[in-house]
Ligand binder design. Sequence first.
Ligand SMILES: Cc1cc2nc3c(=O)[nH]c(=O)nc-3n(C[C@H](O)[C@H](O)[C@H](O)COP(=O)(O)O)c2cc1C
Ligand code: SF4
Ligand code: FES
Length: 572
Amino acid sequence: MIFDDLRAIQLRHGFLPKAELESLSSRTQTPLYQIHSVASFYPHFHLAPPARAEVRVCADMSCHLNGACELRAEIESRFLNARSSEVEVRDVSCLGRCDHAPAIAVNDRIFTAVSAERAESLIRAALRGEELHDDHPQHARVTCASDPYPDAEKYGVLRALVATKDWDRLLALLKEAELRGLGGAGFPTSMKWDLVRKQPVAEKYVVCNADESEPGTIKDRFIMTHLPHLLVEGMILAGVVTGAKQGILYIRHEYHLQEEILGEEIRRAYRAGLLGKNILGSGLEFDLRIFVSPGGYICGEESALIEAIEGHRAEPRNKPPFPGVVGLWQKPTVINNVETFINVPQILARGVDWYKAAGRGGSRGLKFVGVSGHCARPGIYEVPLGVTMREVLFDHAGGVRNGRTLKAFAPSGPSSGYLPASLVEVRLDFKALADAGSMLGSGAIVVCDDTTCMLDMALNAIRFYRNESCGKCVPCRVGSQKMVDLLLRWTEGGLPDSQYRADLALLDELSLAMSQASICGLGQIVPAPIQSVLKHFRAELDAHILHGKCPSGICFSAASRAGEANRVGIRP
Ligand SMILES: Cc1cc2nc3c(=O)[nH]c(=O)nc-3n(C[C@H](O)[C@H](O)[C@H](O)COP(=O)(O)O)c2cc1C
Ligand code: SF4
Ligand code: FES
């Protein structure tokens, strides 16, 4: 409830005045320090009055590759003389519009493929007090191969299941299909659901993780826009199978359109008797509501997400116990990614044999991938799991744009690290990508052409983690800053050989400490971008560090030499 109160106060005042927080504290008998600790944690709450035009420029991978640094510098120069109470320009983490980069937010409204001219006119409109409206790319509903009901009545699997109530068969089919979580970790879904089902507790929950905040990750946005009925059906199936009577769809703050679409779908499902106290007259019940995230990448980590729903700071819990045993409100909780949920009705409607045949080379099912960065046709593509990266990048996403050549790609945002073009035949598959030293992750493919500086990209990725670290544990909080400092120094070049060797040893020690001692996956994965660059692009690092040369001409530009660029990546 605390978020509703804080949002209401912010809506009235534009920020959270101290007096209002004090009054909330006495009204709700909550210590002020607790309210303050929550309000100060989330990026969408303001403790001081914001500027009339609050401008946030996405600084992460896909936007970085599409001119975000220049855009920010240009916006700043156009409003050089504006008072800070009028215009404030800041970086922001990925806004979930990586396929339409560069993206910016003005007064919390999101705009895509923004030029400096457009940014200026939006800011001037905000200064005049005009109401701004989000850009809504890809609104028109498209037909997807994943939809088992293109023409037939929707929710067919649920209708059949509430008649038979054969939960064992459903779990057996998911097990036979070998459905794995598609939010990043790849945990077997049938095991998770079975664990929750077996808990001898009446109160259980189903949570959908639609937080999707890792740079490059945009597939859930697409799924929620085009297949909302499959997501709602998947969540109801999880509820009736595990005995959970309440579902929560946790969606990122920046997905206003998808929130509307899903809200409509949920209302439709209630009207059709598919949700509520007596589903289709079966005596089964399941209620579903939407929870809008107060913001932050860490909220996607499942236990941090649970903490956020409970109204706390989104700090990950120590595990075990896992959410399947001790989850939301300390009760057993199924928590799955959007795409995992939509796979369940697909498998049950079409059969395990269809699911096996839908993938390639032994992989199973279809996969939505987001492709962004330097590709000709950035977007979301639905492909058989197991296709090669080459097919995705060249046949679907149109190859590298402007006739340039492929230098590297991140198979799944910063956490997958970067692979060189020579590995473009790697298959899009859990094992194939793990064998290549990367991961399938959430399918957030970021393309880098031959003008890209890989040290700059490693630093960009690690800055993202540094910015998004929740700060709860030392290895991640301190380690991510140390790693940024180290790489920043490398971009300045001219280190003696002995210092370079000492830095490399320190980097390895730091990487080990972070991957082994961080509480959650965020801190554990921070070293991946630079370790992958060390493995595949070592000569490029040597050129920077030992010879003061950036082969791509990015790190030693006049701008960065002049110290203008604590924000590395200002292109000449
Ligand atoms: C820092 C961090 C962020 C994450 N963000 C997401 C996210 O946005 N969406 C998601 O489904 N999983 C995310 N995960 C993974 C979840 O913790 C969890 O494994 C997943 O929701 C489980 O669903 P699945 O089994 O269907 O993949 C994140 C993990 C970490 C460590
Ligand atoms: S690893 Fe980082 S994000 Fe995770 S709990 Fe520790 S400080 Fe927070
Ligand atoms: S919107 Fe900028 S990286 Fe995703």
